[in-house]
Write a protein that binds this ligand. Structure first.
Ligand SMILES: Cc1cc2nc3c(=O)[nH]c(=O)nc-3n(C[C@H](O)[C@H](O)[C@H](O)COP(=O)(O)O)c2cc1C
Length: 176
């Protein structure tokens, strides 16, 4: 169990990738796991668009300056979400699927980073043929990692955990 907790803590956003592409069946293996994320009423409003066409992927890399990791990454996966299938919670459902996908990729030894999609919804719809009743919530840049970043700082646990009431201190816990 401790190994599992350490594994969860060891995921990092990877933005530098080797040039060789992971096989598509490995990507499918990770997406298979993402389908097991929880969703409201088990609605599973997610769809996954795997992008390995270099010119299309490069267009995704240009949607905003922080999308650049997609240029180097051999594969992108766009998580699109059907609003009509989960009208209240579609964004949460698809965020759950996205984090499951990131963790599954990590378990398979692949590197990945979540690229913001929500400011470029129309552009992404047009590039990928996503219908109007679906919204692209995330683009994931994926490849074999070519960097080992240090963990990003986390807020101290005492700052984010309360007991019974917002603002009331929890016992101080020792964490790494
Ligand atoms: C909703 C969301 C949007 C993000 N957008 C970007 C992005 O556009 N480009 C990028 O390089 N990283 C992006 N990230 C990755 C975050 O910068 C990263 O998760 C955060 O700095 C913590 O680092 P870690 O993932 O290595 O723990 C995004 C993450 C989330 C959850």
């Amino acid at each position: 169990m401790d190994n599992c907790l350490e594994f969860l803590k060891s995921r990092r956003s990877i933005r530098r990738f080797r040039r060789d592409s992971p096989p598509l069946d490995l990507i499918l293996k990770a997406i298979d796991v993402a389908r097991y994320a929880p969703s409201a009423r088990n609605s599973q409003p997610w769809r996954f668009i795997v992008v390995n066409d270099p010119s299309l992927k490069n267009k995704l890399a240009e949607i905003h300056p922080w999308a650049r990791p997609l240029k180097e990454a051999p594969i992108g996966v766009v998580v699109a979400c059907h609003i009509d299938e989960s009208p209240t919670s579609y964004m949460l459902d698809c965020a759950n699927a996205t984090i499951y996908l990131l963790l599954a990729l990590h378990a398979l030894g692949l590197g990945a980073v979540w690229i913001q999609a929500l400011r470029n919804v129309e552009e992404l719809r047009e590039l990928l043929g996503i219908p109007n009743n679906a919204i692209p919530v995330a683009v994931i840049a994926i490849g074999y990692p070519d960097e080992k970043p240090e963990p990003r700082p986390r807020r101290p646990i005492g700052e984010v955990v309360f007991l019974n009431k917002y603002g009331s201190k929890f016992i101080v816990m020792k964490t790494s």
